[in-house]
Design a protein around this ligand. Sequence first.
Ligand code: AMP
Ligand code: ZN
Length: 121
Amino acid sequence: MENCLFCKIVSGEIPSRKIYEDDEFLVFHDIQPAAPVHAVMIPKKHIASMDEAGGEDFALIGRLHQVAQETSRKLGLAETGYRLINNCGPDGGQTVFHLHYHLLGGAKLGALTGISGSHAE
Ligand code: AMP
Ligand code: ZN
């Protein structure tokens, strides 16, 4: 998909620090890590967000969870634990509109953050 940052990482137009790659998925280090270990895991297929997924995409997303488990082991996170995050849409904090999961670990992570700014009543 033209002008998609992560599609450009898939094609190699934009470099990344790769952790894992196969025909369907790419895993690379996040450029602005939010934890000692912070990987971004993407399907090579352009799916804009979780909300845009349909049909066979859900099997692909299921396989991406297997890649997450394998990556957590490769990065030494499996025993101490990790967090898997998908941000969807503006309220979810998504900034790159190519479906991805964050894999975070390497330290005890804080509680999940919720509403920023004003509180919803
Ligand atoms: P999100 O906010 O959930 O859409 O996550 C997008 C993530 O992509 C952020 O954590 C960014 O730091 C990360 N990111 C943006 N550009 C790059 C890049 N060129 N290489 C690696 N990670 C990136
Ligand atoms: Zn894309």
